[in-house]
Ligand binder design. Structure first.
Ligand code: CO
Length: 446
């Protein structure tokens, strides 16, 4: 792997994450990148006209996206138009805190805090004592009676969740159980001394809404609702004695999303339709209308055949000839906790693509699909490693087996090795991003 490419991709990844403070921004940035590369949007509610060689993308809920590129030439009439779909799937969401409705709450008649709840399973303590802000989307009243969805990023240091002093919790270093309702509410500031006559009486209600309305240049009362989340303000960075490590929020799973996107935009296949599928809500079980446990992927694949005049049996033929790489970051062996890893399957940072196996089939990899993956790695000149949970430990889940329950195709589960998964900032390696881009490119050039 060339060092130049590696550096460029690391910078690109960290910028992509910084520009994507919420899941809606992830999809918005993907759209921009795809449009730059000549992809055209198709909306689910419209009639689709597709052509051989065409490159398209579809979104659902503005938080999931499926992009696809069809082969230049289709087979003769009466035959399957191409051999199948080559799909990489990843997820757009990461653990965070969701801002509840009516969020402002006052303590000691002085401190204004926001009422929030957990989205996904994060390491709670890592969110303490660092600058945070709010991003997401709001639904805005339109003058014609409709509703516009607007992206929001307050984009300034706005909030902090302060720890309790060690003097008041002498045992904190022996382990402390954080309560999400009482310990984790971010402080948004202090009530103003002389708040234009009435704010002290009327309370802080609407402070956040007013801040958002001010930024969007609209009236607070025109904001009908919002999906707003906290995010970590610190920028991702390259570190390590040779710049070989990266430290950033949301490497799970934006490292795979970014590598997927970079590998996808330029790759062309003569035999397969290439697909990049990025699903929301993996961190909360995928069970939404835009999650991996929805009909989104199936709907898009079905409509590709329909719009080109092929029937349902062609769909099934294509699915039978398809392959899914489910890409969701993996646990590298931690230097301080070597005993937490399996005794023989021990991936490390910088060691390349991690193929994940699970006897209970939470991961889709089997001998056939893993062999395919190893061959693609070999052809791309990329090393691969293997992961399994210790036999006495329960691991996490991912989106591969959920997707294949809807579209039953051959599939392998992989990830890039990282440390501190679901911490507010996670540690990974620059080289593994470049490895992933190279192997995805190879896969999509079949
Ligand atoms: Co993940």
């Amino acid at each position: 792997m060339e060092d130049v490419r590696e550096e460029e991709l690391s910078r690109g990844l960290l910028q992509f994450i910084q520009d994507s403070p919420s899941v809606f921004h992830v999809i918005d940035n993907m759209k921009k990148r795809l449009e730059e590369a000549g992809f055209e949007e198709r909306r689910e509610r419209d009639h689709w006209e597709l052509r051989p060689g065409g490159a398209y993308y579809v979104t659902r809920n503005d938080s999931s996206l499926i992009a696809f590129r069809l082969p230049q030439v289709f087979a003769a009439e009466g035959e399957c138009p191409f051999q199948g779909y080559h799909i990489v799937a990843a997820h757009s969401d990461s653990p965070t805190f969701k801002v509840k409705a009516l969020p402002e709450t006052v303590a000691e008649k002085q401190y204004v805090r926001l009422n929030v709840e957990k989205y996904g399973g994060m390491i709670l303590s890592t969110w303490l004592d660092r600058p945070l802000s709010v991003a997401g989307r709001v639904a805005v009243r339109r003058s014609d009676g409709g509703v516009d969805m607007r992206l929001v990023n307050l984009d300034r240091d706005l909030l902090v969740i302060p720890n309790l002093a060690v003097h008041m919790n002498r045992d904190v270093n022996k382990g402390y159980e954080y309560n999400p309702q009482t310990d984790m509410l971010p402080l948004m500031g202090l009530l103003p001394e002389n708040p234009d006559g009435e704010a002290k009486e009327s309370g802080p209600q609407g402070m956040l809404l007013r801040e958002i309305a001010g930024q969007l240049g609209i009236l607070p009362e025109d904001i009908l609702d919002g999906d707003l989340y906290l995010y970590v303000r610190e920028k991702g960075r390259v570190l390590g004695s040779r710049g070989e490590l990266i430290l950033s929020p949301k490497l799970d799973d934006l490292q795979c999303v970014y590598a997927g996107l970079e590998g996808f935009v330029s790759a062309v296949s003569e035999k397969y339709a290439n697909v990049l599928a990025v699903f929301d809500n993996e961190e909360v079980g995928s069970g939404t209308r835009q999650g991996a446990d929805s009909t989104f992927l199936e709907d898009v694949l079905l409509r590709i055949q329909d719009s080109m005049g092929y029937g349902p049996s062609v769909y099934r033929q294509l699915v039978a000839g398809s392959f899914l790489i489910s890409a969701d970051n993996a646990h590298a062996v931690h230097p301080a906790y070597p005993e937490k890893a399996d005794i023989t399957n021990r991936p490390v940072l910088g060691g390349g693509i991690v193929i994940k196996y699970h006897g209970g089939q939470k991961y889709t990899s089997d001998a056939m699909s893993a062999a395919q993956m190893k061959l693609w790695c070999e052809r791309a000149g990329v090393p691969c490693q293997t992961f399994a949970n210790r036999s006495d430990m329960v691991g996490g889940s991912t989106l591969g087996n959920i997707s294949t329950a809807h579209v039953s195709l051959a599939s392998v589960d992989i990830g890039l090795p990282q440390l501190a998964m679901h911490s507010a900032v996670e540690t990974g390696s620059s080289r593994d991003t470049a490895y992933a881009v190279a192997v995805f490119e190879r896969f999509w050039q079949e």
